[in-house]
Design a protein around this ligand. Structure first.
Ligand SMILES: Nc1ncnc2c1ncn2[C@@H]1O[C@H](COP(=O)(O)OP(=O)(O)OP(=O)(O)O)[C@@H](O)[C@H]1O
Ligand SMILES: [Mg+2]
Length: 365
């Protein structure tokens, strides 16, 4: 096991983690860059989707999915419209937004986390009250929001879970996006957005309706829907790559990728999500959880930690059974019934799945 310094950050930002790739792309990139951008749209797309540069530098794929989705997202950010990434949980909305900000602005940290309690100060600015009382309103007493900083520096601001933010607070974004300015009446000034400024917001399909976007705000965003992986192969590919990345950054002992178990988890999740078996032959009931790709990634990562530290170093059914059970059975009563029925009617009968069936039965007790 390699051992990096214990003081290294647990989770470096994308622009730190992939600094080498971003530098290589900047060198190779001879296409026009929109004002304020670190890279051209072509190079940003290459960074996101991966590939090999002429000088042999390998760019790892970050987002796995349709090229067009990424192109539309990148092109939107070069216009005066903001970008809204929409999708069910675990479709890489947050992940893509971080990488877009890292590649375009070199900084993914200007982040507003949307919650029901998000206040206007998080989008506009607040005050350092000690200074405000001592000195009166001044620029030094002002606490800029990430959005204000992004405007002043011509960078990208990220707004996570936009639809969870109360609508009157959301509306603070309207002036920002339409006038590209943030007035500061207390000082009689304003912050005008510099070129390169834009906003990437994410929102969850399921939260929609909580605080549905006002039409005035919606008109200022281009919406890009991130789809769930189309096929088992695509989902297995996403999970395998992300698990390898995570294993490296957590410095887990090497565990062979365990393709059999990954494939099984994906099959189980897809069947339960879709309400039908892969062969289309039998209907199954869906549990209440989302069973997203993101959850499959953590089931596998946990399984690898179990296998590495307590098992024989190979990912086995017993290492993933507890994780699957936890993801499927969110409500112990109703989901418990769904899961047992699925185990008895589908898993038990399936060729080559007996060890998996037994491991899941053991865990469910
Ligand atoms: N198509 C994909 N390509 C690459 N990684 C993916 C893909 N889909 C999911 N992932 C992985 O899933 C994990 C979770 O993604 P993320 O947190 O961005 O989801 P999200 O859409 O923001 O979900 P939520 O709605 O719960 O916030 C990330 O580690 C990401 O790498
Ligand atoms: Mg998210």
């Amino acid at each position: 096991m390699s051992s990096s310094a214990p003081t290294a950050p647990l989770r470096p930002h994308a622009e730190q983690n992939y600094a080498d790739e971003l530098a290589a792309l900047a060198t190779a990139d001879d296409r026009p860059r929109p004002p304020g951008w670190r890279l051209s749209p072509w190079a940003v797309t290459r960074y996101i989707l991966g590939g090999t540069l002429d000088d042999g530098t390998v760019i790892s794929p970050k987002y796995i999915g349709a090229r067009r989705v990424v192109e539309v997202a990148v092109a939107t950010l070069a216009t005066d419209r903001a970008l809204l990434l929409l999708g069910v949980p675990g479709t890489a909305k947050t992940w893509l937004s971080e990488h877009l900000a890292a590649a375009i602005a070199g900084d993914s940290t200007l982040l507003v986390q949307g919650t029901a309690g998000t206040a206007e100060e998080a989008i506009r600015y607040g005050w350092n009250y000690a200074r405000l009382l001592a000195e009166g309103p001044s620029e030094a007493a002002m606490v800029p929001s990430p959005v204000m900083t992004a405007m002043a520096e011509g960078r990208l601001a990220r707004v996570e879970e936009l639809t969870r933010i109360p609508s009157d607070v959301q509306d603070a974004l309207i002036t920002v996006l339409s006038e590209k300015t943030l007035p500061v009446p207390e000082l009689g000034t304003e912050v005008q957005a510099r070129r390169g400024f834009n906003i990437i917001a994410t929102a969850n399909d399921r939260d929609r309706g909580v605080n549905d976007l006002s039409s005035a705000l919606r008109r200022r965003f281009n919406t890009v829907v991130l789809p769930v992986p189309r096929t088992v192969e695509e989902e297995v590919d996403i999970i395998t790559r992300r698990v390898a990345d995570l294993g490296r950054s957590l410095e887990l002992p090497e565990v062979p990728a365990g393709m059999t178990e990954i494939r099984r988890i994906v099959t189980v999740f897809r069947e339960l999500r879709g309400g039908v078996t892969e062969d289309g032959q039998s209907k199954v009931k869906s549990p209440s959880g989302t069973l997203s790709t993101a959850e499959a990634i953590s089931v596998v990562t946990n399984g690898m930690a179990l296998a590495a530290h307590f098992g024989d170093g190979t990912l086995r059914p017993a290492d993933v059974a507890a994780g699957i059970h936890g993801a499927v059975v969110q409500d112990p009563v109703s989901d418990g019934v769904v899961w047992r029925e699925y185990l008895e009617t589908v898993v038990r009968e399936r060729d080559g799945w007996q060890d998996f069936y037994r491991a899941c039965r053991e865990t469910g007790r």
